[in-house]
Design a binder for this molecule. Structure first.
Ligand code: GDP
Length: 366
């Protein structure tokens, strides 16, 4: 399962710097058949310390992490929804992504020009928000008028037309599609088919000053813990793209040394990747044996057969049952045999809802 996160923002806010740092964490392409070769798309490994521990107890050298896809979408400028800059082209790239990560500039550097003269993270956010909402208004205008025609020919389309009008009037008031009240499966399907940008999960990445970040992380011991602005219900991750770019070039030992020096526990990118994974409603389960220790991506709430289907569709069709153990129990007991003896391995059937950190052996019919 490959889910993608589009990196957006005004020009010169650090999007490319961040994207390049992210793709240094590039996942081994051969493990992921869906890997694209588009230079603007980076397949990024989801950092997960548990995999290393699992690999150790099952005595394998090979570790295959879960991945998310980041897409570098070039800068949006005021007027993009009316075709300014590369306008509509960018907006169509954003529509194809599953979630949006918006980079907001919070660093001062007189050598780096800001499109609006001076940077102000709050008004920059407003500029982007306005463009995205304007694009959605235009989309809904077209949708409402085509549904009006269709429902005249086929009355079965009327409920969708009424719903589209409701969504349109909310969006016109500046309310995002993610806040639209959904009380039926049909509405869920229709809203998805409208492909609205404001329906997508959204996070802010505050790209902050090297000095401010270093000072702050020394005080708090965490690169990510700067207080986010009040009244802001969108998740914010604070990073310094320049530091992340430097970290990405370093060997692991140098990295640890540098992080210690700036007083941080882990690179800001790790926090960002984990948060993005969570934002998409995803979780990992593991398989661990002699061949490899591997994390697989599923949606929260997926059943055991759905989880098996991520490995191979035949596994889902022929699913019989699954041996399931929490990763920690497997590590603490010292292996599958020991975990079974200790009574930690459960036998689960078709209705089992997968839990974060489950480690599984599937039994299936060929
Ligand atoms: P984009 O247009 O949003 O992709 O921005 P870039 O990543 O190309 O960055 C624009 C300029 O800002 C480049 O010269 C970067 O080196 C610089 N830059 C990016 N992030 C930071 C940062 O955290 N601090 C400082 N001082 N400069 C940065």
């Amino acid at each position: 399962m490959s889910l993608s996160i589009g990196i957006i923002g005004l020009p010169n806010v650090g999007k490319s710097t961040l994207f390049n740092a992210l793709t240094k964490n590039k996942a081994e392409a051969s493990n992921y058949p869906f890997c694209t070769i588009d230079p603007n798309v980076g397949i990024v490994a989801v950092p997960d310390e548990r995999l290393r521990k699992l690999a150790k107890v099952v005595k394998t050298e090979k570790i295959v992490p879960a991945v998310v896809e980041f897409v570098d979408i070039a800068g949006i400028v005021a007027g993009a929804s009316k075709g300014e800059g590369l306008g509509n082209k960018f907006l169509s790239h954003i529509r194809e992504c599953d979630a949006i990560a918006e980079v907001v500039r919070d660093f001062s550097d007189s050598n780096v020009i800001h499109v609006a003269g001076d940077f102000n993270s709050e008004s920059d956010k407003e500029t982007i928000k306005t463009e995205l909402i304007l694009a959605d208004i235009e989309t809904m205008q077209r949708k409402v008028s085509s549904l009006e025609k269709e429902s005249r020919i086929d009355s079965k389309r009327q409920p969708e037309h009424i719903f589209a009008k409701e969504v349109f009037s909310l969006i016109e008031k500046g309310i995002s599609a993610s806040e639209v009240n959904i009380d039926s499966d049909n509405k869920k399907i229709w809203l998805k088919s409208f492909q609205l940008i404001s329906a997508k999960p959204h996070i802010y990445i505050l790209n902050t000053d090297e000095e401010a970040l270093t000072r702050h992380s020394r005080e708090s011991g965490n690169l990510d813990s700067r207080v986010k602005p009040e009244n802001d219900n969108v998740d914010t991750v604070v990073i310094c793209a320049k530091i992340e770019a430097e970290l990405a070039e370093m060997l692991d030992t140098e990295k640890l040394e540098y992080l210690k020096e700036i007083g941080a526990k882990e690179p800001g990118l790790n926090t960002l990747i984990k948060k993005a994974y969570d934002l998409l409603g995803l979780q990992s389960y593991f398989t661990a044996g002699e061949i490899e220790a591997r994390a697989w991506t599923i949606k929260k709430g997926d059943t055991a057969p759905q989880a098996a289907g991520v490995i191979h569709t035949d596994f889902e069709k022929g699913f019989i049952k699954a041996d399931v153990v929490n990763w920690k129990d497997l590590v603490e007991t010292g292996g599958w045999t020991e975990a079974r003896t200790a009574g930690k391995v459960r036998l689960e059937g078709k209705d089992y809802i997968m839990q974060e950190g489950d480690t599984v052996i599937f039994k299936f019919n060929n």
